[in-house]
Design a protein around this ligand. Structure first.
Ligand SMILES: C[S@@+](CC[C@H](N)C(=O)[O-])C[C@H]1O[C@@H](n2cnc3c(N)ncnc32)[C@H](O)[C@@H]1O
Length: 272
């Protein structure tokens, strides 16, 4: 398999479309399920104030509302207006929504939240020190931070297959250009988080097994969860060639339940 360590990549917030946002809302059960694990580790209590950074279409924020109750406050922010709009419709006033990026939480005063979390978001954030400094600033003293991130030392098996397909087709792009993310090696996460002023760091590597119906489900999931960054550098013809090669390669992963892949995420919690 081709090594798929993170190379310099460029994440764009300009590729999202109504269709991608809607597809993400419909196909993000994986993110929702591991998001519930992240939230459980932060234990939001009735009455607490919680900020969901990179909340996407608000599925997890809606779950958190059921934990913080009517006396609590849940705010869901995301830089993509189309996804914030879906979150706003979902919330129907039960949680707040706002267009904002992790690196700039200036809409919120210092020490205004008990819990801040980023679920399936940190590997998309390019200025991680700034995002962590902002999370630290808006957390009350002792407040809890939670995040999960891809780890380039333990790449998602699916990413490895795609990297292999890119190599086999001879497309003039690196795997990092075709599927850009900026994950954090496990060993770098604690120093990054503690440098932002957090303590009580706990990091845990989780592995999950996913099943996909086929190549199109797999591409739809990757494209919508990357808000259009996956495959964005390729022409439609190049995308078709890559799709064909991925379809051929994943045959080895066929099971009666679907095409089977394992992915790994580092979960981290810390206190402000
Ligand atoms: C895979 S989705 C996760 C959405 C949601 N947290 C969930 O659990 O379903 C990644 C999200 O990260 C957001 N994102 C990307 N860059 C970001 C940044 N710099 N700050 C905050 N959110 C960002 C995207 O807009 C997108 O909604």
């Amino acid at each position: 398999m081709t090594d798929n360590r993170n190379a310099p990549s460029s994440i764009s917030l300009e590729h999202d479309t109504p269709e991608l946002a809607e597809t993400y809302d419909r196909t993000s059960d994986r993110q929702f399920e591991h998001g519930k694990i992240l939230v459980a580790s932060l234990n939001p209590k009735p009455g607490e104030h919680v900020l969901d950074v990179g909340a996407g279409t608000g599925r997890l924020a809606e779950h958190v509302v059921s934990l913080t109750g009517p006396s609590g406050r849940v705010v869901a922010v995301d830089p993509l207006p189309l996804r914030v709009e879906l979150a706003r419709k979902r919330g129907q006033g039960r949680f707040e929504t706002q267009v904002a990026q992790a690196e700039d939480l200036s809409a919120f005063p210092d020490a205004s939240f008990d819990v801040v979390y980023l679920n399936s978001v940190f590997h998309w954030v390019e200025d991680k020190p700034r995002a962590l400094a902002e999370a630290r600033r808006v957390l009350k003293p002792g407040g809890r931070l939670g995040l999960n991130t891809q780890n380039p030392d333990r790449p998602h098996e699916l990413r490895q297959f795609i990297a292999e397909a890119i190599a086999v087709t001879g497309l003039p792009f690196s795997a990092a250009e075709v599927q850009p993310t900026v994950g954090v090696p496990q060993a770098e996460l604690e120093p990054l988080i503690t440098a932002a002023g957090f303590s009580n760091y706990i990091g845990t590597l989780y592995s999950f097994t996913d099943f996909y119906d086929g190549v199109d489900a797999l591409i739809a999931s990757s494209t919508s969860s990357s808000f259009g960054n996956f495959l964005a550098v390729l022409s439609p013809e190049q995308q078709a060639r890559l799709r064909q090669e991925i379809e051929r390669l994943i045959e080895t992963r066929r099971t009666p339940e679907g095409f089977r892949f394992t992915r790994h995420l580092t979960f981290a919690t810390a206190r402000a």
